[in-house]
Design a protein around this ligand. Structure first.
Ligand code: DQA
Length: 146
């Protein structure tokens, strides 16, 4: 059976392309999602993308994805607040990479703490949209090795 990589984006990331473009750039979320889907599917691996602005929406979607093989996760502001989303990721027991478009360590102190970094395989921070691509390439390599 083919393996499956999930791409999950949290609150306000649906506004990419118009939101604080000096920080997040001008590419839209559908463009980013399609790019990652293309990279992954090129390797005969399944890929599904989802975004929600609500904590419950993100958690409920993750619960429907039990059995998937890898998660690329940008939790948005929930990075800094959500024990519930952390528990959901742990609950479905899926290896994952945390992605942040911006370098959160150059920003406000409340963005310096993440509820995900200590349970992620790794974090890609501050590389802009390339961060998603780096994460996808790692995920492919990880799944081809496992
Ligand atoms: C973000 C960083 C978060 O602090 C912020 O709340 C976001 C986006 C990033 O990708 O840089 O919404 O996760």
């Amino acid at each position: 059976m083919s393996k499956k990589i999930l791409l999950l984006n949290g609150p306000n990331l649906n506004l990419l392309g118009t939101r604080e473009t000096n920080i997040y750039g001008t590419a839209t979320l559908p463009v980013i999602e399609q790019k990652i889907i293309d990279i992954v599917q090129h390797q005969q691996i399944e890929c599904e993308a989802f975004q929600s602005n609500s904590e419950g929406g993100l958690i409920d979607w993750l619960h429907t994805q039990q059995g998937s093989d890898f998660l690329i996760l940008n939790p948005g502001a929930y990075t800094h607040t959500s024990v519930a989303l952390r528990d959901a990721v742990l609950g479905i027991n899926i290896p994952f990479i945390e992605v942040h478009i911006s370098n959160v360590f150059k920003r406000e102190p409340f963005r310096h703490h993440s509820y995900f970094s200590d349970i992620a395989i790794g974090s890609v921070i501050g590389l802009g949209l390339c961060g998603y691509e780096v994460a996808a390439r790692y995920a492919i390599d990880y799944l081809q090795r496992s």
